[in-house]
Design a protein around this ligand. Structure first.
Ligand SMILES: [Ca+2]
Ligand SMILES: [Ca+2]
Length: 347
């Protein structure tokens, strides 16, 4: 048996303690209660100590999605999640909802920056040793504002296609609140007139309630959709299962490069979701926000003079299906339970 008397510089924040343990490799980290210690002497018995290491302490094994904006939700998987589990995004404490001992949902906190996600015991000030309390993968904070449905039902974007890609989720039975589709890129040229993007909405297996649709592009690349000309389509009423075509005219003045493009479909209801209450940022009750990228190439050196800036920036037309199928208005949009987010130690 070796006597451990000094936790060493790697665990300098924790209380010193004295206890007897089997001889172990110099520098090995192991746990006792809420404390971690580094062995200072000994050369063997390492394997017999492994089971001690994670006792009671949370570990993180993965998270999804890999990127989200401030306010977005990230599902963590790991071990020993309980009411004492604290979550940090690159050092910034986050509210979280414990689902069970191996799953929790954390909310990206204000002030979070891109970096690793860490879990720990809320009551512990221990500097952890070499155990996996920190994600191996970096979490990226999306600089764009959160736009999301609060509940996953009644409305979604099921199909988006351009000449570059087809993103078809019709019939998959999924009904996400937000989808980051920035791996899908639409290519266009500054000044181009009539770039087409097809889009279709769905009802998540529910009745076809009346929905609104809005489209934004961050033309000047400053991570928002609020500059003049960035709010492109404001369609107060669209239907499920109808193929629409967006006809997009690219401003002649836009600088080359990738631009964020945002689609929002939101179900009309009696709890405040109407066209006047849905913006490029924020939450609405039912529907889905999807983000894509638009890659703008420079205008040709000798572009025609009939400038696209003279044209409307975008319009939405029915491409296939009924223009005015029977749609209903939601009147029961209340009382769906949501995850409850708290910081450890708060009621
Ligand atoms: Ca979708
Ligand atoms: Ca902008």
């Amino acid at each position: 048996m070796a006597t451990i008397t000094d936790p060493g510089p790697r665990c300098s924040a924790m209380a010193h303690d004295t206890l007897s343990l089997p001889a172990t490799t110099n520098g090995t980290c192991f746990a006792l209660g809420n404390y971690y210690l580094i062995a200072k002497t000994g050369t063997s018995q390492l394997s017999s100590l492994q089971s001690l290491q994670a006792a009671g302490h949370p570990t993180i094994t993965g998270f999804s999605p890999l990127t989200a904006p401030v306010g977005g939700l990230v599902t963590l998987t790991g071990t020993n999640f309980d009411s004492q589990t604290a979550v940090y995004f690159n050092g910034v404490a986050a509210a979280r909802s414990i689902v069970n001992a191996t799953t929790l949902v954390a909310q990206v906190p204000s002030g979070a920056t891109t970096g690793k996600i860490r879990v720990s015991r809320a009551s512990s000030t221990t500097t952890f040793c070499n155990l996996p309390q920190t994600s191996g993968v970096t979490f990226t904070v999306d600089p764009y504002c959160l736009s999301t449905a609060s509940y996953n039902s009644y409305g979604a974007i099921d199909y988006v296609a351009s000449s570059e890609f087809t993103n078809n989720t019709i019939g998959l039975g999924t009904c996400p609140n937000y989808t980051n589709n920035t791996p899908y890129v639409v290519f266009a040229t500054a000044g181009q007139v009539g770039k087409q993007i097809d889009i279709q909405f769905g009802s998540c297996g529910q009745p076809n309630y009346q929905k609104l649709f809005k489209m934004y592009v961050d033309w000047n690349g400053d991570d928002d959709f609020t500059d003049p000309g960035e709010f492109l389509i404001d369609a107060p009423s669209v239907s499920s299962d109808v193929l629409y075509t967006i006809t997009l005219n690219i401003p002649t003045t836009v600088l080359p490069g990738t631009k964020r493009m945002r689609f929002i479909v939101a179900v009309h209801d009696d709890a405040g979701t109407n066209p006047a209450s849905v913006f490029s940022c924020g939450a609405y009750n039912f529907g889905e926000t999807e983000d894509y990228l638009l890659n703008i190439a420079p205008a040709p050196a000798f572009a025609p003079t009939d400038s696209a800036s003279e044209q409307p920036h975008a319009e939405l037309t029915v491409s296939r299906g009924e223009e005015s199928p029977s749609v209903r208005f939601r009147t029961d949009a209340t009382s769906i339970p949501a995850l409850r987010f708290t910081l450890p130690g708060q009621p």
